[in-house]
Structures are given as structure tokens and as C-alpha cells.
Design a protein around this ligand. Structure first.
Ligand code: PXG
Length: 450
């Protein structure tokens, strides 16, 4: 850009306050949006209010995060009170009580000896933190050659260089150069011919975990720090793990001294009807990443939960020395901690995870009732998550689902799409009536979709 560009821009006519141009929107078709904006101005319970005053049923809990529903009075009050009491406290070499309290609550919710919590501000930061802890852990133990990271095709672990590198979605990787070196990928677990219209965990595919043995044989276990997977791969369009797959992955990791990281940014805090996917599948990883539901999406926050042995490995050397050279200005931000404490209280007192568990069979039935509608080539579900995969329009990948998204929004339903897959993940406060409403409206949309 020429050096003169700035002054010239300053002389330009002042922008209208509602100019949509300056904001470069994330993961958005900016030109399409700015030509046909979809602005939300309020949210209450299960509904957004659009700028034109319509009620929009939230079929996606925002972006898989507003688990307790919108504007829950307990969470709102906690954030307001915290902002007035103490806005911020330095995160390094200082602390504040709510960060310790929230860490203790999260550790208590997590199973087994997953009992130390490192706070971040997003899922992406949680993933990069977990990868760094894994590599540093091996070095602390005198196995500094273990630096390789193994992700999985179609995985989504956020957009930091670490998460992008272990992730497996081509569009999220191909624009950004060589990424981290020393990364390899397991195959994804989806085969439509073998799994289409499975309810919950597919029967076929556990053997795909054995691909880790091939990767270990190729690189040697002494070079591998960690394997990271989403227990349920959500962003790519909801790939539920085949029965027995995660257990096999765990066994192979243990056999070779490789750390297993479960990325629970979406599945953590009740999405499957259990505290974590760890509980749902009964498979114990070494580290868990979380975000989103930890504050019910109200204040940005992420977390890495690690097993005791990992934390203890770092607690050596002189006691005045920093043990892990890593952290964020806003790690354990007071507003996020207040929101997190309130969200966890709401989850417990209103029995929201149990509610998910009780509603899941009804949800499954409702989702699979769309089988047979135009273009539907697969339906997948687990917990309070469902995906409807559409046959793409030839040469226009993603267009059919995007059109369905626009049409659903017009009809008062918020859904998510990735490629030609529609994903649904409402707040846990939905009842059968709203489940019927979600799938009823979606069925009407699909019948009209060309
Ligand atoms: N890991 C997983 C498993 C995720 O799902 C991240 C990491 C990154 O989190 P942050 O907070 O940095 O965005 C995610 C985020 C969608 C969608 O509709 C999914 C995510 C974010 C936005 C949209 O699939 N997942």
C-alpha cells in the first residue's frame, strides 16, 4: 500500500454509522452478507430478535455455545456484578479468587485425575496451549525428541497455527503456507456407504484407529508427543466416532507413551448429556480442551484440563521459577470466571445435562424423520447434535445448504451449514415442542430447496 493511502482515506467523506464495510467478518461470505445483511439485535431464552423485529428460533445455541439459553438471569447478574466489583486483575504472578474457584469446579466436573485447569480465551488458544503442554511435558521428562503432533483428516481445532496444522479441513489450511512441521494425520472415520443414517455411534469403523500404528511405525514413537482428536468431529459436519474407535486410539497411545488430547470445545459441558464426552464414551484422555459452554457463550473463555501427572511433572526446579512459559493477558479474566461459575451453577441446579440425556432419543427420532426428503443423503446424531447432509448441486458445492440456511432464517430458524451439511445444536433448554418446531420448519425448507 502506498504511504499516501492513509491521508487520502482520512479526507474521504465520513462513513455512515451503519456502514457495513469496515468490519471484516470471520468465516463469512462478506460480500453476500453486506448485500443482504442478517443482523441480530437481542436474544432471550431460545430466540434471537432480528433487526427487522422477527423472532428467530436458535437451532445452534449461537455457535454451539449458549448451552443455558440466552440472557439467563443468573449469568447476566453475575457478569454485571463482577464488572462493577473488579474489572480485571493481572493474570501473571497475581491471582483472584474466582479463577481458583472456577478451576476447582471444572476439575471436579472432569473425571478421574483430570484435575488441573489452564485458562485461555478461546478454543483455538486452548488447543495451541494443549499442544505446547504436550511437547513441553515430554521434554520435562527427558524425552525432548517427542515433538510430533498427530491430528486427523476433517478435524477442526481452531485457527491458530497449531490447531490449523493438526486440523484436517483443506480450506482452513491451504491458504496459509506450510503450517507446523512434524505433523501427521489419521484418516477420518466417515464412510457413507457403510454408515449412512446411523443413529448415534456407527457400527463400522473402529479399525480406522489402527492407522495410528502405521503412523507410529513410520515416524517411531520416540518422535511423537500427542494425538489430538475431537471425540465427535462437529465442525466438519458431525462425524460420530464408530463404536470402539476411541478406546482403540487410547490403547495405542498408551502402548507407545503418546499423550491423547480430546478436543471437547463443543462436546464439553453437557452437549452429549454428560459433563464431557470422556464420560459419554468412557475413554480417558490425558488432556481435554474446552471453551464455548464453559461460560454458556457469554464471555470468551477456553480451558485446558490436564491429568495430575502432567501438572506434577512441571512442578520441579526452584520454587521462585516460572514452570510453564505460556499464558494470556486475559487467562482467567474475572468476567469470564464470574460467567463460568454462574453457568456451571445453572447447569447443575436446572439439571440441564440430564435434560439433554432425557431429550436425546426424541431428538434422534425427530432428526431421522427427515429421511426421504429431497436431497437428503445422510442424517447423523448424538446427544443434542444432529447433521443433515445434502447432495451437492453439481459444480456448486455448498450452495444448496447455504440456500437452505437463508431460507430457514427467513422462516425464523437459525441453522449452521458447512459445505452441504446442515448442523443443529440448540440450547439445552429446548423442549419437545421446540424440537418439533426445528425439524418441522427444516422439513418445510428442504421440501422447497432446489
Ligand atoms: N476446537 C473445536 C473442536 C472447535 O469446535 C475450536 C477448537 C476453536 O474454538 P474458537 O473459540 O477459537 O473458535 C472449535 C470451534 C461451526 C463452528 O459452526 C465451530 C466452531 C467455531 C465456530 C463455528 O461448526 N468450533
Amino acid at each position: 500500500m502506498p504511504a499516501t493511502a492513509k491521508p487520502a482515506a482520512r479526507e474521504a467523506a465520513p462513513r455512515a454509522p451503519n456502514d457495513l464495510q469496515p468490519y471484516w467478518m470471520p468465516f463469512t461470505a462478506n460480500r453476500q452478507f453486506k448485500a443482504h445483511p442478517r443482523l441480530l439485535v437481542a436474544a432471550q431464552g431460545l430466540h434471537y430478535t432480528s433487526i427487522d423485529g422477527r423472532q428467530v428460533l436458535d437451532g445452534t445455541a449461537g455457535l454451539w455455545c449458549c448451552n443455558a439459553g440466552h440472557a439467563h438471569p443468573r449469568i447476566v447478574a453475575a457478569i454485571q456484578a463482577q464488572a462493577a466489583e473488579m474489572d480485571y486483575a493481572p493474570a501473571f504472578q497475581m491471582g483472584h479468587p474466582k479463577a481458583f474457584e472456577l478451576a476447582a469446579r471444572v476439575a471436579a466436573l472432569a473425571p478421574g485425575d483430570l484435575d488441573h485447569v489452564f485458562f485461555t480465551n478461546s478454543g483455538s488458544e486452548a488447543v495451541d496451549t494443549a499442544l505446547k503442554i504436550a511437547i513441553a511435558y515430554h521434554r520435562m521428562r527427558g524425552e525432548g525428541t517427542r515433538t510430533r503432533l498427530i491430528g486427523r483428516e476433517r478435524g477442526y481445532h481452531g485457527v491458530g497455527f497449531g490447531g490449523m496444522s493438526v486440523g484436517g479441513i483443506a480450506n482452513n489450511r491451504k491458504f496459509f503456507g506450510p503450517l507446523l512441521s512434524g505433523v501427521d494425520h489419521l484418516p477420518h472415520t466417515y464412510d457413507r456407504a457403510k454408515q449412512a443414517f446411523s443413529r448415534g455411534e456407527p457400527e463400522w469403523g473402529a479399525h480406522l484407529a489402527d492407522e495410528l500404528e502405521r503412523i507410529v511405525a513410520l515416524h517411531d514413537a520416540s518422535t511423537i508427543a500427542a494425538v489430538i482428536v475431537e471425540p465427535v468431529a462437529c465442525s466438519t459436519g458431525v462425524l460420530v466416532p464408530p463404536k470402539g474407535y476411541l478406546r482403540r486410539l487410547r490403547e495405542i497411545c498408551s502402548k507407545h507413551g503418546i499423550l491423547l488430547i480430546f478436543d471437547e470445545v463443543i462436546t464439553g459441558f453437557g452437549r452429549l448429556g454428560t459433563n464431557f464426552a470422556v464420560d459419554y464414551f468412557g475413554v480417558m484422555p490425558d488432556l481435554v480442551t474446552a471453551a464455548k459452554g464453559i461460560t454458556s457463550g457469554t464471555v470468551p473463555m477456553g480451558a485446558v484440563i490436564v491429568r495430575k501427572g502432567i501438572y506434577d511433572t512441571f512442578m520441579t526446579g526452584p520454587d521462585y521459577a516460572i514452570e510453564l512459559f505460556h499464558g494470556y493477558t486475559y487467562s482467567g479474566h474475572p468476567l469470564a470466571c464470574a460467567a463460568g461459575l454462574a453457568a456451571l451453577e445453572v447447569y447443575a441446579e436446572e439439571g440441564l445435562f440430564e435434560k439433554v440425556r432425557a431429550l436425546a432419543p426424541y431428538w434422534e427420532e425427530a432428526a431421522h424423520s427427515l429421511k426421504g426428503l429431497p436431497h437428503v443423503i445422510d442424517i447423523r446424531n448424538i446427544g443434542l447434535i444432529a447433521a443433515i447432509e445434502l447432495e451437492p448441486i453439481a459444480g456448486q458445492a455448498g450452495k444448496r445448504a447455504f440456500d437452505a440456511f437463508l431460507s430457514a432464517y427467513q422462516q425464523g430458524l437459525l441453522i449452521r451449514t458447512t459445505g452441504d451439511i446442515i448442523a443443529l445444536s440448540p440450547p439445552f433448554t429446548v423442549g419437545k415442542r421446540e424440537v418439533d418446531e426445528i425439524f418441522g420448519r427444516l422439513a418445510a425448507v428442504l421440501k422447497e430447496t432446489r
